[in-house]
Ligand binder design. Sequence first.
Ligand code: NOJ
Length: 760
Amino acid sequence: MSGRADAPMTTDRAIRERADALLAAMTDEEKAGQLTQYFYFGFMRDVPEGEGDDLHQPNQPGIVEAALSRGEVGSLLFVRDPAETNRLQRLALEGNRHGLPLLFGFDVIHGLRTILPVPIAMAASWDPAAVERAQAVAAREARAVGIHWTFAPMVDVARDPRWGRIVEGAGEDPYLGAAIAAAQVRGFQGEGIGAPEHVVAGPKHFAAYGAALGGRDYDEANPSDYELWNTYFPPFKAALDAGAGNVMTAYMPLNGVPATGNPWLLDEVLREEWGFGGWVVSDANAVRNLSTHGFARDLSDAGVRALQAGCDMEMAITDPAYAHLPAAVGDGRIDAATLDAAVRRVLEAKLRLGIVDEPLVDEERAREVLSDPAHREEARRAAESSAVLLRNEGALLPLDIGAAQTIAVIGPLADSKRDTLGPWCFDFDLDETVTVLEGVRAKVGERATVGYAPGIRPAQRTFPSMFDMFPGNAPEDPPHFDDEAELRRAAELARAADVAVVVVGEWQNMIGEAASRSSLELPGRQLELLQAVAATGTPVVLLVMNGRPLDLRWATEWVPAILDIWYPGTQGGAAVANLLFGGAVPGGKLPFTWPRSVGQVPMTYGHVTSHEPEKQDRRYWDEASTPLFPFGYGLSYASFAYDRLTLDRDRITAGESIRVSVEVTNTGRRTADEVIQLYVRQRHGRTARPVRELKGFERVTIDPGQTRTVQFSLGPDERRYWHPLEREWVIDAATFDVWVGGDVTATLGATFDVEGASTA
Ligand code: NOJ
């Protein structure tokens, strides 16, 4: 992270000295200001007095601008127009005696203007290099408009798909999650904080937010320490090892103690044990919520306890708890050194980023960057590599354009630009967003006839989403929509076609933050629509637009081809058309276990063997205990044979590594990607170990008839685990099984022994 010798202002020492000088000159009010981040919601200027709520506050921007003029704001979020970032930056500079600029943060989750596939989709690519490239595009666009820091990656392991935020992460597995987390950090930050065209990455939400009880967003999380260390922490640790400069806290109480006021979490684990030197930001209003949670006595106590726990910056809408910090220093509830340490971390971030010396952006250049066609290309490639082929009976896919004279595209999601983009995007350009219908039409051109019928109206949530307030976010209920006539028309269109492409899923406001569900069924009348189309006898290709597993039991029995396209982003329709017609070959794999029904959740492949393991498949008397699709699953237009699994040794000591190699042959007729996955099982140990654990993977491209040899190293890191009684990492002397294959059910295996147990 340190700069070159000829750039003294960016060396660690120069940064420290500059921060020292600033700290010495600042009042406690100015310091508290640096620790305060406000939303800036321009549109709230019009909320009438007395009509606001938590999110909509009268004259919110006016309140922020007044604080800016007093020099008491360190950071803003939600500003993304370069002219606006410049205007607000100038206000900040005029108001701050020390010339300290604002840090602009934003949720650049899967792209700014060019929208990439949602994060769960990118994880489904199992391709860290591709994920890194995609997030570098997001970073480039964000930095061009003046955003310095993204509230991403979201690295919360999610094992309960009722939780809406599963779409923002990498799924159920800590090993895959760690690899994807690190890749995202590299993409966002580039060479490190201050790298041109990059932004600071802030992994979130520390920690175990995904363990919300019942999958209900914001509900308490009570994971055991064993789960925390072995499941929920590893992606955070990987993101920090990759250099992430910021961490965001979680909303909920973690085993009783709110994460935002939890000194064990923020201080002992994050700073002491992991050596994190960046700054910690609270989630939005999470500091003030310490008092509404029944933890802090009042707003002032909330500020004191959050800062003392290790939360450096407060994200607030108005009325920050950190405005009370100067008084707390005055009456001795906070010591000056604690305040200074937090401010120093924020100042150092600003200095490293280079924005103290260059606070403004070039608006003309921002326009060029945002319209760079290379970004659209990257988004298309990312969408292609994310898709997961779930079923392909009789090799219905890829479709032969010449043979399919008439194609019926069906379902309201098939032509919904906003839903194609998915949740968590705000700066999109709908004009350049390609829907499935548009992608198919563009692809076939004159060669086939493409008809379209929505069939049903968009399904609605039972109550609105908090994101519906942003333009175009709420699904529109079309006027004059004759439900029965439209359903019949869709079936007729399908009957007359050679193939029906039906798009089903969840509308984008049905998933994401505050979008948990008690069911996994297809919302609205989508199943009925699908059944009506399938009943015509026309072959059906089902495209699933989703961010979590949905109940596809009927479809997996009756629909020959199912392709999970997730929310594929700006170029989604173009990517899907390439996949449908063979211009691209699906190679994604599921980053979660796909349950049959909601009653099975939470469900994860990495469970332990318990009583009567031979009845593992009969844990429910009314439903199989097996998933609909296993973790790591995904088909291809090619097929692959695995052979010659060899280990370089069959006996090692605890500190040694073993090399595993395998040969994979493409036995199909197309060049295609396969994600080669390695799983281990430790047969006995100081805890009961999971039946399988992912410990290696590689996505490779293989030509027809070609054999690729892939190697993995299984070292101490892959075998250690955190022991709940010893309360430390251990490596056991044990016998290990290894399997390599295309999903978690891989059968090609070998065995090795580790001698000499150790702590690690
Ligand atoms: C609340 C969300 O939990 C968090 O992920 C997000 O970054 C902030 N709001 C800011 O939008």
